[in-house]
Design a protein around this ligand. Structure first.
Ligand code: BGC
Ligand code: BGC
Length: 657
């Protein structure tokens, strides 16, 4: 050997090299066999401040790119309402977009995957061709937590179909005033009904294992992380004004608005979103006592707390007046991830300098990042960061549409049926000489879906694939029975034709959030005229498509039957299924139906309770084909006692007068 010394030296160097490489390759945080807390600790120990603050930053897809993800260590992206990669984008286009951003995140030094979130609040509703389920107010009327859990399962699959692992749902607001523009996002005015409906979390995230530690998030493989929102008191604001102030004592807050959070946490919800609203004048986004003191310390919630969209900006008024203060107050209150969503450089700069000045402590940052990483590790994002096409065929699939149709059937509440118990009008006969269908909502898929459907505000007409109520009626009665549709007919149409009866479908136009705040609660014009004209000339059933109870008492005597259909979504067939008796009516009001708006707010149990139809009201008829028995039965016995009888009597008296 020419140079033994050199060879020995080389060998030693090589060995050292191998040892170092092995060490670099094995990182505890990358090892799925390590306990989650060990992985978190290991990873946090390796992270710089910039990497930590990046994890806490959520940006909108419109400002995201692989480079932004990589350069700013961004931890999360969202689609805002209606924010899509392209109009009518296919699952493949969604997946490519999400993966593209994810590759940027994975290309960072530590390769921490980002988590992509979307408002799948009634199905994966931003996505073209997705199944759109009834909004929560309708699901509350089903009183069927198992159904809602199955909707959660289907929604998880349709969200995964687009490569997305996280949804900002469910909204567990307890809406105490229907003037609130988000009332339809609430299952009920009764917290007990909302509590039951938190079973949707088990559908979205998967059934929680027995002996799972309370408060620790749980998301099964291929499910999606859920988000209980908006913490807390969003449904209790003064006069139902969106993002306003909930004036309430501790007993009321903990007894009405908090209970659904107890259930959500027990069911392993991964994240909680803070409400824009205030509690007794204090913005929730700056409320350390409730976010850190109550949610995290007292309830032991171990997932992450996310702000709402520009939520910390709105701590000051006007919004964004002192962004540095907003960051300080929001993060110090206990917000872990900030839905920035656009000006991420400002957020990152402010947060960094606040930490450097020790106004935000490093332990607060580490708590925030630990929680975010806990969710990411738990759901297997590190092991499976990239999506593929294996769920693409789940989007809008037949089984999910059938499930939505079942939900529609069960959500319908029959409020009036005939003018006397012996003269029931529903179910309608399929064989009739001619049927008139009228009203602004009979042939409008966008209207029947409501807000948060394809667009943030919803839309009008053929916004996506689905079945309108008119199409559903036509296919139910078959070719032998002619169906004439006229949106707002005048007398002459009725005179020219011999109609057996009419179905009038009217309601509210689509809206979301503040745009939906409304002190009149009237149905969309010319709805009242349509009811008057048609129901004066023909026997008619009125179907109301709305996100909440609306003014209906003045027209009640004109109609034979009244059905509350809420915001049913894409599967309008469910309405015809029940109108024509293939299935019975089983829905019960999840909200009090007022007589006039000056009674509001008015909730079950209030001393001045004097509703048109009380919470829990809903006439039942069994399916009619064949041998329909025509029994009229009561709803939840406890809820409907005297009130039901009184309302019935009253509507009969009005009709007779
Ligand atoms: C977005 C929504 C968001 C809203 C907040 C809209 O522009 O599309 O997702 O909820 O702004 O104000
Ligand atoms: C809404 C949230 C929603 C977020 C993202 C906000 O305006 O209040 O419910 O999750 O936007 O779209």
């Amino acid at each position: 050997m020419a140079c033994p010394n050199v060879s020995w030296g080389c060998l030693l160097l090589l060995l050292l090299c191998f040892a170092w490489m092995g060490d670099a390759e094995y990182a505890k945080y990358k090892d799925p066999k390590q306990p989650v807390n060990t992985r978190i600790k290991d990873l946090i120990g390796r992270m710089t401040l910039a990497e930590k603050i990046g994890q806490m930053t959520q940006i909108e897809r419109s400002v995201a790119s692989a480079d932004v993800m990589k350069n700013y260590f961004i931890g999360s992206i969202l689609s805002g309402g209606g924010s899509v990669p392209a109009p009518q984008a296919t699952p493949a286009m969604w997946i490519n977009m999400v993966n593209e951003f994810q590759k940027g995140a994975l290309a960072t030094r530590l390769g921490i995957p980002m988590i992509y979130g979307i408002d799948a609040v009634h199905g994966n509703n931003n996505v073209y061709n997705a199944t759109i389920f009834p909004h929560n107010v309708g699901l509350g009327a089903t009183r069927d937590p198992d159904l809602v859990k199955r909707i959660g399962e289907a929604t998880a699959l349709e969200v995964r179909a687009t490569g997305i692992p996280y949804t900002f749902a469910p909204c567990i607001a307890v809406c105490r005033d229907p003037r609130w523009g988000r009332c339809y996002e609430s299952y009920s005015e009764d917290h007990k009904i909302v509590q039951q409906m938190t079973d949707i979390i088990l559908g979205l995230q998967g059934e929680i294992p027995v002996n799972h530690t309370k408060g620790v998030p749980y998301v099964a493989k291929n499910k999606v992380a859920a988000c209980a929102k908006h913490f807390v008191g969003d449904g209790g604001t003064h006069n139902g004004i969106n993002e306003n102030n909930t004036i309430i004592d501790e007993h009321g807050l903990l007894g009405i608005h908090m209970p659904p959070y107890y259930d959500s946490i027990i069911k392993g919800v991964a994240t909680v979103m803070v409400s824009y609203s205030s509690v007794n004048g204090e913005k929730m986004h700056a409320n350390h006592d409730l976010v850190t003191g109550y949610l995290k310390s007292k309830l032991h919630f171990r997932g992450f707390v996310i702000s709402d969209w520009l939520g910390i900006d709105r701590i000051t008024s006007p919004a964004g007046a002192n962004y540095t203060y907003s960051v300080q107050a929001g993060v110090n209150a206990g917000i872990d991830m900030v839905m920035v969503p656009f000006n991420y450089t400002e957020f990152i700069e402010d947060a960094t300098s606040l930490v450097n000045k020790r106004i935000i402590s490093m332990s607060r940052i580490d708590d925030a990042v630990s929680r975010i990483l806990r969710v990411k590790f738990t759901m297997g994002l590190f092991e499976n960061p990239l999506a593929d096409l294996s769920f693409a065929d789940q989007l809008g699939k037949k089984e999910h549409r059938e499930l939505a149709r079942e939900a529609v059937r069960k959500s319908l509440v029959l409020l009036k049926n005939g003018n006397t118990p012996n003269q029931q009008f529903l179910p309608l006969p399929k064989k009739a000489s001619k049927i008139l269908v009228a009203g602004s909502h009979a042939s409008n898929l966008g209207y029947q879906c409501g807000g948060w459907s394809i667009q943030w505000m919803g839309g009008s007409g053929d916004i996506t694939a689905g079945t309108t109520i008119l199409d559903a009626i036509k296919s139910t009665v078959g070719d032998a029975t002619p169906v004439v549709y006229s949106e707002n007919p005048d007398d002459s149409l009725m005179k020219k034709n011999e109609f057996s009866f009419a179905i009038v479908v009217v309601g509210e136009p689509p809206y979301a959030e503040t745009v939906g705040d409304n002190t009149d609660l009237t149905i969309l014009d010319p709805g009242p005229d349509t009811i008057r004209t048609v129901c004066s000339a023909l026997k008619c059933a009125v179907v109301v498509v709305s996100g909440r109870p609306v003014v209906i008492e003045p027209y009640l005597p004109l109609m034979e039957a009244l059905v509350a259909a809420w915001l049913p979504g894409t599967e309008g067939q469910g309405i015809a299924d029940v109108l024509f008796g293939d299935y019975g009516f089983t829905g019960k009001l999840s909200r009090t139906w007022f007589k006039s708006v000056d009674q509001l707010p008015m909730n079950f149990g209030d001393p001045h309770y004097d509703p048109l139809f009380p919470l829990g009201f809903g006439l039942a008829i069994n399916s009619s084909q064949p041998g329909f028995s025509g029994t009229r039965s009561r709803g939840d016995k406890k809820e409907i006692t005297v009130w039901a009888a009184l309302s019935l009597l009253l509507s009969m008296m009005i009709a007779w007068a």
